[in-house]
Design a protein around this ligand. Sequence first.
Ligand code: GLY
Length: 367
Amino acid sequence: MNKSNNILIIGGGIIGLSIAIELKLLGAKVTVINRDFQPIATNAAAGMLAPQAEAIPPGKMLDLCLKSRTLYPEWVQKIESISGLETGYWSCGILTPVYTLKDRQNYALPNLNYQWLNQVAIHQYQSGLSPEVIGGWFYSQDAQVDSPYLYKSIIAAAKELKIDIIQGSVKEIICKKGKIQTLKTSIGELEAEHYVLATGAWSQELLPIPVFPTKGQMLSLKIPSDVSTENLPLQQVLFGNQTYIVPRKDGRIIIGATCENIGFVDGNTAAGVQQLLGNAIRLYPGLRDYEILEFWWGFRPNTPDEMPILGESNYDNLTLATGHYRNGILLAPVTGMLIADLIWNNQSDPLLTAFNYSRFMEVGSKV
Ligand code: GLY
């Protein structure tokens, strides 16, 4: 693109900001418009970096997730050094305890660490698990980041880099001759040379792309006050059946998450919280005595094939970066880098092909 021109990013979640930062570092003039998305997907996420524990099958999606997991340590270091704020990245590994042998699938992937722990080994490795647990996989390369901390850090980094972040909501995209001409927003009309749509679960408000919300309810507990954070009872994530338990270094324990396709329905429900607590206490019974800190919920941007929509759109000057579903936090570094490279250097990484929106537009496609 003409490198003196402006780029306007619609959406100030983790994906929009990661693209903004990469573009700015390449020399672009970047503006982000963000309405007060409450609760945005970023704040709702537990921050697991878990391509292996999530059992993503071999293919382009797994390739993208693994690439992003590899980028993570350097990427958070960059964000932290620009912002001066920690992100809570912790290469803690993820354990996936099971109650029956058919419970959990593992893909035997070359060059990745994974290890089956049998009943004796798993209870020795992690004390306090349910006696029902008969074994589990340990994925030492899966990790976590504290998503609200990451969000604070990335916002601060964007501000430090003088990225213009404006509060407002886009009401309409005005197009002419296959290009976006202007955006009608709550703060007036905005124009740029190039636009990026990174509006997550809300993307269909602006364009007819198949992104829909999948609600996730979550809650947090804290370790008992007589237990020191130097000596945390959980030193890795436990990823169980429909529940995960994510220990933070400060003694909080995050428990997630429901998966509800009910639209944008706010609030925590008795059934949602019961499901989370029931599953979590079954897996790690000691949690029953931990104090509850908070409940919250968020809306994951889901797509019919559960893969993100990345790259070119129907409009010459609009790039799409949405639909990251369960993996928005994990995919932030790779999305930022590949999309910035596409826009600024006209370089389309071969990985992007599988994520083009056109997969949903083909005549005869099931969507
Ligand atoms: N990344 C886990 C979830 O979305 O619940």
